[in-house]
Design a protein around this ligand. Structure first.
Ligand code: IMP
Length: 190
């Protein structure tokens, strides 16, 4: 079976990908290859960070690899928080503080449109491939809902009246930025 590394320490993300690609690939996480360090994400864009992570694994460990990076891009904020989504309000990666900061910055704006965007970079041998998934919607004025994570409580996808955090994982996983990108990766690999 072909081996491929998914550059993540997140066991939940890894299991999800194993379910999707498991028939043809042995998918290894970073812990499985003994990469216990955090890979530096020093890029200025989602594309750069996804590629940095995939390259790091390829160069240091020799495996074919893919890596993802996701951000919430709010149009009236020049696409912030974007690549800085996890740490928008500081290094503690506090989702509530992050949402509060976005809501504060949007107080004076009319345009509340935004999108979630996921980039997956894949390195197979000496070739690099990129897959993108995005979903547009609006940032509402106060958070609603209990499921999901990150900015889910303040994001209502177009065509729905509930936030990602109200829609729940089953619906979210059918329409989300991440699932769109992963489905493109799957169509390419399988
Ligand atoms: P990552 O690249 O998947 O680690 O995502 C970076 C950051 O973007 C996370 O820490 C969250 O703040 C935010 N984020 C990513 N995906 C989602 C999502 O599906 N819903 C809400 N926030 C998300």
């Amino acid at each position: 079976m072909k081996k491929i590394v998914f550059a993540t320490h997140n066991s939940h993300k890894l299991e999800e990908i194993k379910d999707i690609l498991g028939a043809e690939y042995e998918v290894l996480g970073l812990n499985d290859i003994n990469c216990l360090e955090d890979i530096p994400e020093t890029g200025d864009t989602l594309e750069e960070n996804a590629l940095l992570k995939a390259r790091y694994v390829k160069e240091k460990y020799g495996y074919d690899c893919f890596a993802d990076d996701t951000g919430l891009e709010v149009y009236a904020l020049d696409n912030a928080p974007g690549v800085y989504s996890a740490r928008y309000a500081g290094d503690s990666k506090d989702s509530l503080a992050n949402m509060k900061k976005v809501l504060k910055e949007l107080e004076t704006k009319q345009d509340r449109r935004a999108q979630f965007r996921t980039i997956i970079s894949l390195i197979l041998g000496d070739k690099i491939y990129r897959f993108e998934g995005k979903i547009e919607g609006e940032v509402i004025e106060a958070g609603r809902g209990n499921t999901g994570f990150g900015y889910d409580p303040i994001f209502v996808p177009n065509g729905y009246s509930e936030t990602f955090a109200e829609l729940g994982s089953e619906i979210k996983n059918k329409i989300s930025h991440r699932s769109l990108a992963v489905n493109k990766l799957k169509a390419f690999l399988l």
